[in-house]
Design a protein around this ligand. Structure first.
Ligand SMILES: [Zn+2]
Length: 161
């Protein structure tokens, strides 16, 4: 049984907390709709820091997600490798953070759901319309591989004669 991790966010940042582990992808229910298959897991590392009265969290994610290619509908292995920075703020100050500096603001709650935070970051990090690289797959029509109509080929040969 996988134990869902929670942290006291301010306390974790203040004490320079660190936690890491591996999360099975099938523990992330919102991700299931997006993935072709929920196999394997993601390695994560969460660390806290505190400087100049600012409480920060840093989240590193590494692993692979299996998506469906939007061209051939086949499976596509998408490498996940992200580092995210969060500033912990009370709810009423969340809009103070300018997101253009690459830092997201999250509410400094006492029971921060680490899994939900990770799931949000994975969902944000995945491409909207994933595709295999150009030239390695061909378009699918209604879920079937596109194939050449043999009668059309015959008709083309007759015209040439
Ligand atoms: Zn493809």
């Amino acid at each position: 049984m996988f134990a869902r991790p929670f942290i006291d966010s301010i306390d974790f940042a203040k004490n320079g907390g660190e936690m890491c582990g591996e999360i099975p992808l099938d523990q992330l229910p919102r991700l299931k709709d997006v993935l072709a298959r929920t196999v394997g897991g993601l390695a994560y590392k969460l660390s806290g820091s505190c400087a100049n009265d600012q409480y920060m969290l840093m989240l590193t994610l590494q692993g692979e997600c299996r998506l469906s290619c939007q061209r051939c509908l086949g499976e596509l292995v998408y490498p996940m490798n992200t580092v995210s920075h969060f500033r912990l703020l009370p709810a009423e100050r969340l809009d103070e953070v300018n997101e253009t500096d690459g830092v997201d603001a999250i509410e400094a709650v006492q029971q921060l759901d680490v899994l939900a935070l990770i799931e949000d970051e994975v969902l944000l990090g995945l491409p909207f319309a994933p595709r295999h690289e150009e030239g390695i797959c061909s378009p699918a029509i209604n879920g079937l591989q596109q194939s050449v109509n043999p009668f059309a080929v015959l008709a083309g040969l007759k015209k040439k004669q």
